[in-house]
Design a protein around this ligand. Sequence first.
Ligand code: ATP
Length: 513
Amino acid sequence: MANLSLRQIYKVYKGAKKKKIKKSEAGKVRSGDFTAVQDFNMEIEDGEFIVFVGPSGCGKSTTLRMIAGLEEITSGELYIGDTLVNDVEPKDRDIAMVFQSYALYPHMTAYQNISFGLKIGKTPAVERDKSTLVKDKKGKPKFILFRLFGKTLKEQTDEDGNILTDADGNPLYVVKRNKAGEEIKNKKGEPVFEKRGYNDDEKYGAIIKGEDGKPVLIAKKDKDGNIKLDKTGKPVFKMRKWTKQEIDAKVRWAAKVLGVEDLLQSKPAAMSGGQRQRIALGRAMVREPKVFLLDEPLSNLDAKLRTTMRSEIVNLHESLKATFIYVTHDQVEAMTMGTRIVVMKLGIVQQIDTPTNLFDYPENKFVAGFIGTPQMNFFDVKAKRVKDNLALTFANGESISLDLYKMRKIREDLLDGQEHSLVLGVRGEHINVSEKGLTLSINITELLGSETHLFAELEGAETKYIICLKDRAVYYKGDKIKVSFNESKIHLFDTDDKSVLDRETAQQGCYNN
Ligand code: ATP
């Protein structure tokens, strides 16, 4: 597990070539250098579930790939834990990546696919206490093969696993019994005891732990006995291969967590998309990385399976307690999975926040429109303060008055009594059909069982608006309705698309004049 720190990260693709493009895309063409990610700053806490979301091409995969080490960082600093990893190889970053295409080996079984990385990988060797090795009669440690395959008598233990002894301090052994529960005796009439294999302390020596309770790793030394250091100035540790037993235990643990124990001997061709995705997750899990990076891992699955896998990944995050970074262009996926979400557009971070804060307090018009279904409605308005109210004039010339003290606190410079061009943002569920208010004309009515969605137009405006009513209602094309807005739920954006409202509700008398 680890925290991550992204500091002023940039990705510039040098000399990205001019592409042949359609006429409709003219103006979006780029030539020369192309900045795919700009000034990305973020502190990610250990164990968070972070989602990068945004439209295609916004730079989310590039950022993820820079964290993975698959893409070079043009400038800025990336820390995993307290290590600067800009120049650290992907394999040394302690991360595991799961891609949209599962990238399983088709000729291997699920077991082989999950264990592949461990078989070719290594783990740090730890200092062991040789005094605990099983000894022969002369007191010398027994030969390794004997330790691995030899057996000894099984001791009796109490509930806490402590070995029980007789009055002289000699261990008591477990007597073998037949099916009827009677003690088995040998020809001489002596009891026969159960046997066990040697435990890891006896086979390899007990793991020596440091003051922090963690195993002590063996640092490599040069000829002069000095500890070898890597590029980042950290000691280089001796590595060893995983044992077969360790690999087996890890594969079975991952298979159990993912519910794919029955599939371990199947090959990918005989699996469904969801099963393959789980195997790909298993392959990442067994490495027990500090950080899981997932790039649109569910986009190849059908809608139903996506929903199931979504909650499975959330459960997996909860049980592993590792840091997850997840890329998607689907805002529903982002809202349901992330503890925090990073909304990106054209390589620039728009807002980093919790799902509810993004919904309630979007910092700009892009975030407001991107998060939430149906999409937020936007009205161009002229806003003018009149005493304790804000008068909004719409494209059709009508005005409505909002109580400033029922709204969130507005930026003070907009309260100077002058007219300001703003954009009113309001979600369909916060618009009420009322006796007086703004006149809209109905275009389409959608009855959705318990709810009704009205699609409406405003004279003088080109946009279509959606109103979500909690009840059933019947309106016909061309019907005129009056609507009012729930003042505490409205959003206002300036001509730079920035929100002009505070998160706090205005308190009576909070404005200077
Ligand atoms: P998608 O959801 O479509 O994968 P994304 O948000 O993940 O989109 P990226 O893959 O990060 O987007 O790409 C960001 C931008 O960088 C895009 O405009 C892309 O065309 C550009 N880009 C990516 N790789 C390269 C490259 N090797 N050379 C030049 N430009 C690149």
